[in-house]
Design a protein around this ligand. Structure first.
Ligand code: FAD
Length: 392
């Protein structure tokens, strides 16, 4: 069985990209914006929007066309994520995590696995996400305790995963396990499976969160869960750590794009509010204290966008871009938090009201500093790569 690490990225000309993004904009205004507050407040799964996302091909956005996807480059994909996240960041999580799972199959799976899974992922018939984190292990992924033991043509899996996005509404996950608990170094004992739901694979509980509502985050329990051996991605044990982290550059560009969306969304809310709200006989955007905030917010949002598109361009060019993706993820997620907080200040007391969108932006933005590697880790990754590229 041959594993490959490539995917066919096609060129999207500016007219096609513009038409695509305009379609996304129309969908957001017509279908998403009117319902976002209700779904967020009620923590309600957006079933209708998910059906529409299927029709638009979003579940196959970065999957190659030969497997039924749109085959979009990271740069076009990032612009889609930015637009959706400017309205409702959580919605992009439904297909972001799914596409990370798909990327692991497309980059590292066997031909048989790609032909079997990718068309179903691309159509949204099978949706899922990444199952890496455990109660005792997030940043230190090599400390996971979930095990897979070979038993004839199957593996038997036991363990618990937590914080898994799409864990309840999804149909499967890319599941990181230990196939050798004694391996030294530890990563050599790790393997990644495509794990569809079935007997022995149950949802422990739905996790309640500060934000990122409507999208499900779950604890998943594996109790003697039997999985066919051909579900092992790439067909070879011991490659799981590489397979799970091999998509992190794209994952970080994803999160950066979400951060850009939030930073721009918060800016847009502050911009309109500051022109409508008057104090001392004039709109607050004419007070210098508010102008300083808006000036900083515009600068942060613009810089975050440019850094993210720079990282996406490097990725599309096939260049190593862990540093660029790390910089973008770090900067854009912090920009999302800062812009949301500043936009709250611009809104005064109304920012604290559930009737205004800005409070959701603020809650949602805080997650961006955690996912796809915390921002503490991003700075360490950036520094290490920076030093490597600049030897004395
Ligand atoms: C809403 C939500 C959705 C999520 N979705 C998914 C998902 O779909 N799939 C999935 O697998 N996981 C998911 N996660 C989990 C997420 O990836 C982890 O929370 C994240 O990796 C951090 O791990 P942790 O929470 O265990 O924190 P820890 O690893 O315990 O870290 C705690 C703190 O210590 C710092 N730290 C840790 N190690 C170091 C170090 N070596 N050097 C410096 N600082 C360090 C961290 O930066 C952090 O500040 C999700 C989490 C949330 C909140």
């Amino acid at each position: 069985m041959n594993a490959t690490t490539t995917r066919a990225v096609r060129t999207v000309d500016p007219d096609e990209e513009r038409a695509l993004l305009e379609g996304i904009d129309r969908w957001i205004e017509r279908e998403v914006r009117p319902v976002v507050m209700h779904h967020d407040h009620e923590d309600l799964w957006p079933a209708e929007l998910v059906e529409q996302m299927k029709e638009m091909g979003l579940f196959g956005a970065t999957i190659s066309q030969e497997y039924g996807g749109l085959g979009l480059p990271a740069s076009t994909y990032a612009k889609i994520v930015m637009r959706i996240s400017a309205c409702w960041m959580a919605l992009s999580g439904i297909f972001n995590s799914h596409l990370m799972m798909a990327a692991a199959v497309e980059r590292f799976g066997t031909e048989a696995q790609k032909s079997l899974w990718l068309p179903k992922f691309a159509s949204g018939e099978m949706r899922g996400g990444l199952g890496l984190t455990e109660p005792n292990a997030g940043t230190d992924l090599q400390a996971i305790r979930t095990t897979a033991v070979r038993d004839g043509d199957h593996y038997v899996i036991n363990g618990t995963k937590t914080w898994i996005t799409n864990g309840i509404q999804g149909h499967c996950i890319a599941l990181l396990v230990k196939t050798d608990t004694h391996a030294d170094p530890r990563y050599k004992g790790m393997s990644l499976f495509i794990a569809p739901k079935g007997p022995g694979f149950t949802v422990g509980k739905k996790l309640k969160k500060l934000g990122y509502n409507a999208i499900d985050s779950a604890e998943l329990v594996f109790d003697n869960y039997r999985i066919p051996a051909d579900h092992l991605i790439g067909g070879e044990e011991g490659q799981g750590f590489f397979h799970a982290t091999g998509g992190l550059e794209l994952g970080r560009i994803n999160v950066a794009a979400r951060g850009v969306g939030l930073a721009e969304g918060a800016l847009a809310l502050a911009t309109s509010y500051a022109q409508l709200r008057e104090t001392m006989g004039k709109p607050i955007c004419q007070h210098q204290a508010i102008q300083l905030k808006l000036g900083e917010m515009v600068t942060r949002a613009r810089a975050a966008r440019l850094l993210t598109l720079d990282a996406a361009a490097s990725y599309d060019a096939g260049q190593r871009c862990d540093m660029e993706a790390g910089i973008a993820k770090y900067f854009a997620s912090e920009a999302a938090v800062r812009n949301s907080e500043e936009a709250m200040r611009v809104h005064g007391g109304y920012a604290y009201s559930k009737e205004y969108d800005i409070e959701r932006c603020y809650r949602d933005s805080l997650l961006m500093c955690i996912g796809e590697g915390t921002n503490e880790m991003q700075r360490i990754i950036v520094a290490k790569e920076w030093v490597r590229r600049n030897p004395v």
